[in-house]
Design a protein around this ligand. Structure first.
Ligand code: SF4
Length: 393
């Protein structure tokens, strides 16, 4: 074994402190020294704290937009060419394309919020994949297709950049950026284990929310996870966007595999397992697609089992999000009167409903708008055959 000072640095990003201490112990480094290094990286933003060393993907693009609560910031981090680690995590086979590009960009958004107590907080919207395979018709990211899933360290790096480079204290994290988190569940869970580590980022579990379009297989795995100690308070959001299978099949191809009945049964099981924890439902309101009075009635019926009130308030809450037209969108944004009418109708039907204001529309940082036009338009050149293929989408 080499002397402790001669060993190659160990990267703690994406590791819990226990994992890092264990990795250090294999090189004869005492736990006290390892812990100091771990804290220096996460708490002080020191990327070179022997035996720890990490590199954070550079921010290559930054867009800000002033909103009532403060400033929304979208930042784009540039990844290196994929390394062996990311190749090992790529279960979806998309790296074949990825290997032919020089770099890949991931997007994250810092959103200011003012809560009921008037306290200002910041929510970080993180990406879990580059692009997405789910193909939702209203979503900018879908136009890219899936390039690849992110590793735990690439997910945690987004928190690191927001905290130490954008100098913003992050109160909440939502997995609502690029990608479907349940498509990359193992890496997302490893990243959350790091993000909630008290000696590291120390984001409370209850302040982290996974938002899914409803991969039923992933929801079933999540049901196991939230029964483990420390995971029960993990937040859950379901992007629903339709009131019946006909509409959902059209705008969310995933629904053809897992229809709305199966999805609801799985969500009810999860609700029972999670006790009084809230479930957020999201509904992107698209003119003439899902905004009629009949849609509101069907939606209220589908949501009925979740509209229970417990000691700490109601379980299910529906967020209605006026559609943000993506590039080349076939649909316009809904007008204000229709949004209000739809929301009022749901409230009258007993749904706990809120209308979400759109923050960041002009920076393309609003929900369903994360995507990189340059990747979408990029042509992948297969150097081995000199053939040229269009990218996904
Ligand atoms: S809405 Fe979410 S799951 Fe659907 S394509 Fe966009 S990123 Fe993927």
């Amino acid at each position: 074994m080499p002397p402790a000072d001669d060993i190659a640095p160990i990267d703690p990003l994406g590791m819990t402190h226990e994992q890092f201490v264990r990795a250090c112990a294999e090189h004869g480094i005492k736990s006290g020294r390892a812990m100091n290094a771990y804290r220096a990286v996460f708490k002080q933003g020191n990327t070179d704290a022997p035996p720890a060393r990490t590199t954070i993907p550079p921010i290559v693009h930054r867009l800000t937009e002033d909103v009532d609560e403060g400033t929304t910031t979208k930042f784009v981090s540039r990844l290196d060419r994929p390394d062996d680690e990311s190749r090992a995590h790529d279960t979806l086979g998309a790296l074949a394309k990825d290997l032919r590009v020089e770099h890949l960009d991931i997007e994250s958004v810092i959103i200011p919020m003012v809560g009921r107590t008037k306290k200002k907080t910041h929510t970080l919207c993180v990406s879990s994949q580059i692009g997405c395979a789910m193909g939702c018709g209203f979503c900018e990211t879908a136009q890219m297709g899936l390039v690849r899933s992110l590793t735990p360290r690439e997910i945690v790096a987004q928190w690191y950049s927001a905290t130490h480079h954008e100098h913003t204290h992050i109160d909440n994290i939502v997995f609502m950026g690029m990608g479907e988190p349940l498509d990359n569940l193992d890496n997302v869970l490893s990243a959350i284990a790091c993000l909630t580590d008290h000696h590291g980022p120390a984001v409370p579990m209850s302040a982290i929310t996974i938002s899914t379009v409803g991969r039923v297989d992933g929801l079933r795995k999540l049901a196991q996870v939230v029964q483990q100690p420390g995971w029960k308070r993990l937040g859950l959001a379901l992007s629903l966007n339709a009131s019946n299978d006909h509409v959902r099949n059209q705008i969310m191809p995933l629904n053809k595999k897992w229809g709305m009945d199966e999805l609801r049964d799985t969500m009810i099981e999860l609700m029972h397992i999670r006790g009084s924890r809230k479930i957020l439902f999201e509904y992107v309101l698209i003119p003439e697609v899902n905004d009629s009075p009949d849609h509101a009635r069907e939606l209220a019926l589908w949501l009925e089992p979740f509209m229970r009130t417990e000691k700490r308030g109601h379980i299910g809450l529906l967020n209605v999000i006026p559609y943000n037209p993506r590039r080349d969108s076939p649909w316009p944004a809904p007008d204000e009167a229709n949004v209000k009418h739809f929301v009022d109708q749901l409230a009258d039907l007993g749904v706990f409903v809120k209308r979400r204001r759109t923050k960041g529309r002009s920076t393309m940082a609003a929900c369903g708008q994360l995507g990189t036009a340059s990747i979408r338009k990029r042509k992948y050149v297969d150097l081995s055959t000199s053939a040229t293929n269009e990218g996904h989408g």
